[in-house]
Design a protein around this ligand. Structure first.
Ligand SMILES: [Fe+2]
Ligand SMILES: [Fe+2]
Length: 286
């Protein structure tokens, strides 16, 4: 089984570079990579959670994929939990149902073959206190024990483990430690073999005991500089996708891209910058 993971498409119904980059990478996926399945690990739309017009525009683009695809929502799809979400864009009841109406069920389980299953989790609602969070935990606690005969690949938006070298947890950068622990203890020892996320807009492959941890890069943009208070370890800061090839109990992962993508900081892309200005000015979604 071959899977292509893409992430952080940040596409807007205004068009622009994030859209042309996605179109170029979809052509590469269809013509060259030809996977059995595509998984999108969130931040489907530009910036503003719950914007159905942007989700529908993104779906129109993703439907160009010749393989079937599954989507995990990111913080820019369903909002951020907690009292101080970025630019006030918090999780709200109703966003998850609106997302499902466009992209299908979340969380999700896909049986891949006799040996492997994939699970997609909407981690951005963890800690929000909304009803969807309670329902998701109930689903995970029922479904994961039902697939103990298979190895599992887990797809989330944020990284399960702190991405910072000393393991510190800063703001909304990854799973809160209590949510990571609650999720990981649902798997039997040795069952979870791949944990792959988006959100960081970087590519990295790392072995953690039995588990391969992958950071999938963004298709939208490349990070240019790091903030001094977030000392990320070395990682590839390029626009691209990840190809995952299932092996006997493990995976091989490859960064894939094409030469004609445009690499810019997200908030300097004109359409994204304009939308951020509107959010800051309190302009309602169009
Ligand atoms: Fe993102
Ligand atoms: Fe994100």
């Amino acid at each position: 089984v071959r899977i292509v993971q893409l992430s952080d498409t940040h596409v807007s119904s205004r068009g622009g570079i994030t859209q042309t980059n996605l179109e170029r990478l979809i052509r590469h996926i269809n013509h060259d990579l030809k996977p059995d399945l595509v998984v999108h690990t969130g931040d489907v739309i530009a910036l503003r959670p719950g914007t159905t017009s942007d989700w529908l525009n993104a779906k129109r683009l993703l439907d160009l994929l010749e393989a079937s695809y599954l989507v995990v929502p990111g913080n820019h799809d369903l909002g951020q939990p907690g009292p101080e979400p970025w630019e006030g864009l918090g999780c709200k009841d109703g966003y998850a149902d609106a997302f499902r109406a466009v992209f299908g069920d979340i969380p999700w389980l896909r049986i891949l073959d006799d040996d492997w299953a994939a699970v997609g989790v909407a981690d951005t609602i963890m800690g929000s206190g909304i009803e969807d969070e309670r329902l998701q935990w109930a689903w995970l606690e029922e479904v994961i024990p039902s697939i103990t005969s298979r190895y599992v690949m887990l797809f989330s938006h944020k990284p399960v483990w702190s991405p910072l070298p000393d393991g510190q947890w800063v703001g909304q950068i990854g799973f809160a430690p209590e949510h990571a622990e609650r999720l990981l203890q649902l798997f039997r020892p040795g069952q979870l073999r791949v944990v792959s996320n988006g959100h960081l807009h970087r590519y990295r492959y790392q072995q953690r005991g039995d588990i391969v941890e992958i950071w999938c890069p963004a298709t939208s943009n490349a990070v240019k500089g790091d903030k001094p208070d977030m000392p990320f370890p070395a990682a590839l800061k390029q626009v691209g996708v990840v190809e995952l090839r299932l092996l006997d109990g493990s995976v091989d992962a490859y960064f894939r891209s094409v030469a004609d993508v445009v690499e810019m900081e997200l908030l300097t892309i004109p359409e994204i910058r304009d939308e951020l200005e509107e959010i800051k000015r309190g302009v309602a979604a169009s």
